[in-house]
Design a protein around this ligand. Structure first.
Ligand code: ATP
Length: 438
């Protein structure tokens, strides 16, 4: 499928079926900000819950945190963001559009918008942090930043969490939350936006043990994406070369996906050394050392960070799941989402709208609802069309009540991927779905 086609299809399907809408659309939208509709919010929540379960609930060496978006502005001086969180910005003197100077076409001297050659201004550094004012007075002493990453909320709470949870190094802190960057060239749907969510985990280790933990976290995180059902041949690591490494990093590997617009990062694994804690210790004047129990050895831990973009992962999941198949001469559009994260787990249909079938189907849907299994009832149109509507949004199972249901109390369950049908007893439906999901 041609590249742009797939992106266009994803954007249009997302809007039509309620995955993702442009923010403030009735006003013409707003620059690269998106809203998640009824199906999108379910998908994104399922991804986050899967991450939280694997990071926090299934481990005893990671604690959760939910730090505020607004922080003391000194945090961003200490972290290096006030001085260093910049992109080089240039303007085309012909069409006056602005671009990141490091975009490949711009580096070759041609304006990506009007095509004019060698008409760029000199680059100037542009800080990507959004600023606002705290309190009623709009002067520079009231300036606060809207966080560009969730990590700093974890660093400044390192000793709070460690003490309260009585954790010992090595241990980690996990957080999911919004981050904001005033990107110069956002785009590619939800790939690069100005408001997005990160799922980050900072793992605090003894200096010297960092390389080993780095390798372990690379494996764990890559496996997590494979277990989500993402096709392996579309995943790879990209190791940062010396000129790509962030100011704080000793080592960095991106997990990349082959999007329709090329191989791009959607999660970063970083060895941040003791940079952040040491800087916060210096700027706050508070000791942020850890005291190792038996030896009383004091040290500032090194940090291995895993930083996943939730929206980018959602795009990976959607792009990877989208299929078009030829079934008996007709195109079947299919979202082959892993059932664990599919927004709707089961759709329930009466074969026809009479003979007591709708009542039975509604009873099954009510049982599914009581078990908190997200389901959907549909009695309109031919059964084939109803199946296809569910295939297109990724519903793994369609349950149909038919004539035999009335006689024998059984229903068919159709599998989205294999199209095979099994017949089971109506009162087994909830348990059957729960078993498939476990
Ligand atoms: P990029 O090079 O694409 O700008 P980055 O290296 O600055 O990304 P990090 O600071 O390492 O990104 O952030 C970790 C993760 O947060 C990224 O892998 C990505 O998934 C997500 N992320 C970062 N910036 C954005 C954005 N503007 N929109 C959506 N997700 C983002």
């Amino acid at each position: 499928m041609p590249t742009q086609d797939l992106m266009d299809k994803l954007v249009s399907l997302s809007k039509r079926r309620g995955y993702i809408f442009q923010s403030s659309e009735i006003y013409g939208g707003t620059g690269s900000v998106w809203d998640y509709g009824p199906l999108g919010v379910e998908l994104k929540r399922n991804i986050k819950e899967r991450w939280w379960a694997s990071m926090v609930h299934r481990r005893d060496d990671i604690e959760g945190l939910d730090a505020a978006i607004l922080m003391n502005p000194r945090v961003w001086e200490a972290s290096g963001h006030v001085d260093g969180f910049t992109d080089p910005l240039i303007e085309c003197t012909n069409c006056h559009r602005r671009f990141r100077a490091d975009l490949p076409e711009v580096a070759e001297g041609q304006c990506p918008s009007c095509g004019k050659k060698d008409a760029f201004t000199e680059p100037r550094m542009f800080n990507l942090m959004f600023k606002t004012f705290m309190g009623p007075v709009e002067d520079s002493s009231a300036t606060v930043y809207i966080r560009p990453e969730t990590a700093q909320g974890i660093f400044v709470n390192f000793l709070n969490v460690q003490g309260a949870a009585r954790q010992k190094v090595p241990f980690g802190i996990a957080q999911i939350g919004k981050a904001f960057r005033n990107e110069i060239t956002p785009g590619n749907f939800i790939f690069r936006t100005r408001e997005f969510e990160q799922a980050e985990m900072q793992f605090f280790v003894k200096p010297g043990e960092d390389d080993d933990w780095f390798a372990r976290w690379m494996d764990v995180r890559m496996q997590w994406h494979k277990d989500l059902g993402i096709r392996e041949e579309k995943l790879r690591f990209h190791k940062h070369g010396p000129d790509e490494l962030a100011h704080y990093a000793k080592d960095a590997h991106d997990i990349e996906y082959e999007f329709p617009f090329g191989w791009k990062e959607f999660e970063g694994i970083h060895n941040r050394t003791d940079f952040d804690l040491a800087r916060h210790q210096e700027y706050s004047g508070k000791r942020l050392e850890y005291i190792d129990a038996p030896t009383n050895e004091r040290f500032i831990p090194y940090v291995i960070e895993t930083s996943m973009g939730v929206d980018r992962t959602t795009l990976v999941v959607l792009a990877d799941a989208y299929r078009e198949e030829d079934v008996e001469g007709e195109t079947r559009v299919l979202m082959a989402l892993s059932p664990e994260i599919a927004p709707v787990k089961a759709a329930v249909f009466p074969l026809v709208k009479k003979d007591g079938m709708p009542e039975l189907a509604r009873k099954i849907q009510s049982d599914l609802r009581s078990a908190a299994i997200n389901s959907f009832y549909d009695q309109s149109g031919a059964i084939g069309r109803r199946y296809r509507r569910q295939d297109e949004v990724g519903t793994p199972w369609c349950i149909t009540v038919d004539g035999e249901s009335l006689e024998k109390g059984t229903v068919t369950i159709r599998d989205r991927d294999t199209l095979e049908q099994v017949r089971i007893s109506m009162d087994q439906v909830v348990t059957w779905i729960q078993e498939q999901l476990s």
